[in-house]
Design a protein around this ligand. Structure first.
Ligand code: 5GP
Ligand code: MG
Ligand code: MG
Length: 177
């Protein structure tokens, strides 16, 4: 079936790669001397970002994943966050970096940080590839943000629309002509 929408490029693969190099240097500085950094990817949208990010990090890294639902297959946040898949490992006393694709209303990140904080990590920081500050409903901000973007529905670089377009190498905005 042909798609009834078009995708306009917003952030190129090259721009993403350059930004990740800078972010990695900042993360290395923050976690300098760590015995182990547990990098927690929020499934599924962060899987491409986390893959590129950990390969830029010159730190002892472990990778774990957590899946929280919020959007379903639609384009609006459900505001009700559920944990669909929890971490495999323990994070008590550990250095933890949560990797999110997009902070939108903020409900997802707020819920996840509340949950992980209750497990008493030594340090807990967050990185989001994209941030839509104009959409925020809950007061939460990632420690590091790749790019601030306007209120557009975006896809690519791991991020889907109804499970499609995750394999685009760039970030594009969805438009219905
Ligand atoms: P929040 O709970 O902050 O409203 O939403 C966070 C999640 O909603 C993101 O991690 C992402 O999965 C999804 N989301 C937010 N904005 C967009 C968007 O523009 N496109 C897509 N595909 N998902 C989005
Ligand atoms: Mg997400
Ligand atoms: Mg989704």
């Amino acid at each position: 079936m042909a798609a009834d929408y078009v995708i306009d490029s917003m952030i190129s693969a090259k721009a993403i790669a350059a930004r990740i190099e800078d972010l990695a240097r900042e993360i290395e500085k923050r976690f300098e001397g760590t015995d182990k950094l547990v990098v927690v990817g929020l499934l599924r949208g962060s899987f491409v970002f986390i893959a590129d990010l950990v390969r830029e990090l010159d730190l002892p890294v472990e990778v774990d994943f957590l899946e929280a639902s919020s959007y379903g297959d639609g384009m609006e946040s459900s505001r009700e966050v559920r944990i669909l898949k929890d971490l495999r490992g323990e994070i008590g006393g550990r250095d933890v970096l949560v990797v999110e694709d997009i902070v939108d209303t903020g409900f997802t990140l707020h819920h996840v940080l509340h949950l992980l904080t209750s497990r008493q990590p030594r340090r807990l920081e967050t990185i989001a590839l994209l941030d839509k500050p104009s959409r925020r409903e809950v007061d939460v901000k990632a420690t590091w943000t790749g790019f601030e973007i306007p209120d557009e529905f975006v896809v690519g670089y791991g991020i889907d629309y109804a499970q499609r377009n995750r394999n685009l190498p760039f970030i594009g905005k969805v438009r219905f002509p």
